[in-house]
Design a protein around this ligand. Structure first.
Ligand code: BES
Ligand code: ZN
Ligand code: ZN
Length: 493
């Protein structure tokens, strides 16, 4: 995809598909439509009227221009009400345009920067959202497919600016959007690659190949020397050895330090507490937290925020085997706490416990973990909203705020003291499962036992990490959720 930005009138651009957008409320008297209508000899508005086009958010009309415009096709999109506009709408409209373009085999698309006219968001932010929408909607996971010679592709996109003075700002927003899409593509590829190939070591190698990031990998014996017994217990049932991944980004000048930990269970069979077949089908996605962290590190290496970032992943595969840990086994985490493992399927928290203890040694200002931790989170919040918990209200609020901007919703659940007692074991310091209800909160409470007084937030992405059906700018499979929200959060330092 090659991008350019031009200060031109939309009706003058020669391209295969021209994409414009108009707001709700008298859309048909919008000056641009009036202008285009003249070119169509008054038939454009008549047609839109007949079809009841009102500019509602998501409404669309595709028109073959028959030579009345230099553009071969015209796509008119509804923006909805100006006061309700947010960048997510520009992202969705652009995803729609990308799909239409592929359908009609348009190679060169010219598009307005949706929503910029409302001025509630800067034109740079809107251009970023347009770039994200086009980029993300074009994602296809091709690694295991025969090369398709006829694969359709948008080759060139022209962003139409209302004035030359905005061009630098548009270029900056567009490049940010492209960069983020690249990071998300990386995360999606890691998730979509079958667990047979995306082993802990394979994931570590991907992390190692990031440019601008210093990555260290600890092997099994090094992990044992660090006394990460909870993590090793999970890994011991697989013939694929664990790999502890440490990624480091350090800008020239930074005042703050953030540790971000991703759950990296490359396949979650449940272990001896085996999952039923249906629940296991998508469990190659149980490293979506890790994938997001790796994708994020690739983004910040290029975005260069003014904050030091450590990305950590305790990668392991959770398998049943002669050597696998048994329900009832007691393991010792890096900080000396003992854990009675009653359910080997509650493995994420075991790997995270050790990763969190390790992360504290970096003395971060903030620590964040991302994990496909509980099926209960899907029950509570569905597959579009992540659960968030933490011990620092300001951090949680900042993350939720960042997610609002990027279209990645989070909803806070309470780390309720009332449920803590259920994590007690009569024969160890803790057990790895809590009471039968509030599964997501129990997961958060368990991790909290290891964070000490570090300011920390836990994001349960079990729902949004994966989509069964293609949606706006997401293809079936891994979504790469939280790459954008965290990049947004980090860019505010
Ligand atoms: N990886 C799963 C959680 C999950 C479920 C993620 C569905 C995505 C979709 C996790 O390791 C798990 O199995 N959790 C158990 C915890 C329980 C045993 C306390 C669960 O949610 O049932
Ligand atoms: Zn599990
Ligand atoms: Zn899991």
């Amino acid at each position: 995809m090659q991008w350019t930005a031009l200060a031109v009138n939309p009706e003058a651009v020669k391209c295969d598909l021209l994409v414009i957008s108009v707001p709700e409320l008298k859309p048909l008297s919008h000056p641009l439509l009036a202008l285009l209508d003249k070119k169509f000899g008054g038939n454009l508005i008549r047609l839109l009227k007949k079809e009841g086009f009102e500019g509602k958010e998501g409404a669309s009309k595709l028109i073959y221009t028959q030579g009345r415009l230099p553009a071969e096709n015209l796509l008119i999109l509804g923006l909805g009400l100006g006061k309700k506009f947010e960048p997510e709408i520009a992202r969705k409209l652009s995803a729609r345009a990308a799909k239409v373009a592929l359908q009609i085999k348009a190679v060169h698309v010219a598009t307005q920067i949706h929503g910029a006219e409302f001025k509630t968001f800067s034109i740079g932010e809107c251009a970023q959202a347009v770039a994200e929408g086009f980029g993300l909607a074009s994602y296809q996971f091709q690694r295991y497919k025969k090369k398709d010679k006829n694969r359709r592709e948008i080759k060139k996109i022209t962003l139409i600016s209302p004035s030359r003075k905005y061009l630098p700002e548009i270029a900056e927003g567009r490049s940010r959007g492209e960069l983020l899409a690249d990071g998300i593509f990386l995360a999606r590829d890691l998730i979509n690659t079958p667990a047979k190939d995306m082993t802990p070591l394979a994931m570590a190698r991907e992390a190692k190949s990031l440019k601008g990031i210093r990555t260290r990998i600890f092997n099994e014996s090094q992990i044992r020397r660090m006394k990460m017994g909870a993590y090793l217990g999970v890994a011991q049932g697989s013939i694929n050895p664990p790999a502890f991944i440490e990624m480091h980004y350090r800008p020239a000048r930074s005042r703050k330090k953030v540790v971000i930990i991703g759950k990296g269970v490359t396949f979650d069979s449940g272990g001896l507490s085996l999952k039923p077949p249906k629940h296991m089908e998508t469990m190659k996605d149980d490293m979506s937290g890790a994938a997001a962290v790796i994708g994020l590190m690739s983004v910040i290496a290029r975005l260069k925020p003014r904050v030091e970032v450590w990305g950590l992943v305790a990668a392991a595969e959770n398998m049943p085997d002669a050597r696998a840990q048994r329900p009832g086994d007691i393991v010792t985490a890096m900080n000396g706490k003992t854990i009675e493992v009653l359910n080997t399927d509650a493995e994420g928290r075991l790997t995270l416990a050790d990763a969190v203890v390790y992360g504290r040694q970096k003395k971060p200002d903030y620590m964040i973990d991302l994990a496909t931790l509980t099926g209960a989170c899907l029950v509570a919040l569905g597959d579009r909203i992540s659960g968030i918990m933490g011990n620092d209200e300001e951090l949680v609020d900042k993350l939720i705020e960042a997610g609002k901007k990027t279209g990645e919703k989070m909803w806070e659940l309470p780390l309720a003291d009332e449920y803590k007692d259920e994590l007690k074991s009569p024969i160890a310091d803790l057990k790895n499962v809590g009471g039968s209800y509030a599964g997501t909160i129990n997961g958060g409470l368990f991790i909290q036992e290891f964070v000490g007084d570090t300011k920390w937030a836990h994001i349960d992405i079990a729902g949004p990490s994966w989509t069964e059906k293609p949606r706006d700018y997401e293809a079936k499979g891994g979504t790469g959720v939280m790459v954008r929200a965290l990049a947004e959060f980090l860019s505010k330092f």
